[in-house]
Ligand binder design. Structure first.
Ligand code: GYE
Length: 333
């Protein structure tokens, strides 16, 4: 631990008012020196329930009581803002940089700057293109292709159980932010399954940007073209809620037994309520509680212990036939 607590507080103030390093006043030295670990966290935005939970969890875990000073920046969905925040963290000489990259590409030069400054970078949630393994210290997040595989396997089994395995299945696909790891993984799994099942047809593929509003809008346009839809595959809960609202307005029933089968990802509390009502048939979990994983890795690094480079979080799924009120009430998010 190389930072002084008083410096941290000065920097927090400077960061929020946007002063340059040269303008910083002399730090006032306190008696808690050499105790707190300074982390700069660049969050991609606040587009979904998942994201809000992720932010709160990281903030509450990397707390002062737990030994940290946290600089937080919300990039509002702009990669440029993330790059600017990371550069600011480097100038502030933080101990660690944590960031959730909006998309997979475009990070090389800023991560090179962090590497030159000897600041370990922990990538969370979404992944980066692997050009240089040495540009980051660890990744913590989900295996998104696996999540997609869970979804298509569930759909295959469900259709088989209903004797619909040879039926023509018309699928609407609402994608997340294009180029982000969850979009790439969840999309790739669906597209692979469509190739394997000649009777599955992708009737529309639109970007919902992981938001309820955008999904509502794009689903509305799809419904103007066709209402002959068997499955809507949404890449997060917000999108599922938007798509369901548009379908219900258009007179479609979202119900795996007698209507449209809606598939979603995240399994937030609200998403699971929809699963309990049957409006979402399957909800594949994506765990946003990544703070404790970050904490564990940083503390290990502080003690000089070896760490795993890639850390996938264990995840499950919930479907309309097995979800219960008790399960929802016991969940943390
Ligand atoms: O599924 C979605 C969010 O990157 C895993 O981003 C995350 C995704 C999550 O906005 O709700």
């Amino acid at each position: 631990m190389k930072k002084l607590i008083a410096v941290c507080f000065c920097l927090t103030i400077l960061f929020s008012i946007g002063c340059s390093k040269e303008e910083q006043p002399e730090p006032v030295l306190g008696n808690m020196e050499d105790k707190l670990i300074v982390v700069g966290f660049s969050q991609v935005g606040a587009e979904s329930e998942w994201r809000v939970t992720n932010t709160e969890n990281v903030k509450s875990t990397l707390s002062e009581e737990n030994g940290y000073v946290l600089f937080f920046d919300d990039a509002r969905q702009e990669q440029e803002n993330q790059i600017r925040a990371i550069r600011m963290f480097i100038q502030q000489d933080v101990d660690y940089i944590v960031f959730s990259p909006k998309v997979e590409t475009g990070w090389n030069s800023i991560l090179m700057e962090a590497k030159e400054a000897n600041i370990p970078v922990i990538v969370i949630d979404r992944y980066i293109e692997q050009q240089d393994e040495e540009l980051y210290t660890a990744y913590i997040g989900s295996d998104f292709y696996k999540e997609g595989e869970i979804a298509v396997k569930w759909l295959t089994d469900f259709l088989r159980k209903r004797g619909r395995e040879d039926e023509h299945i018309r699928i609407v696909h609402i994608q997340g932010t294009i180029g982000s790891t969850p979009q790439l993984g969840r999309t790739a799994a669906l597209e692979a399954a469509v190739k394997q099942n000649p009777n599955w047809e992708l009737v529309a593929q639109e970007c919902g940007d992981f938001t309820k509003a955008k999904a509502y809008e794009v689903m509305g346009s799809v419904l103007k073209q066709t209402k002959d839809i068997d499955v809507v595959y949404c890449e997060n809960d917000g999108e599922a809620l938007g798509a369901i609202a548009a379908m219900e307005e258009a007179g479609l029933k979202c119900d795996p037994n007698y209507g449209v089968i809606v598939i979603s990802f995240d399994a937030t509390r609200l998403g699971l309520e929809y699963c309990l009502s049957g409006k979402i048939a399957l909800n594949v979990e994506c765990n946003p509680l990544q703070g404790p994983y970050i904490d564990r890795i940083i503390k290990k690094l502080e003690r000089g212990e070896p760490i795993e480079k890639i850390n996938y979080i264990d995840e499950t799924y919930f479907d309309f036939s097995t979800i219960t009120r008790e399960i929802i009430d016991k969940r943390d998010y």
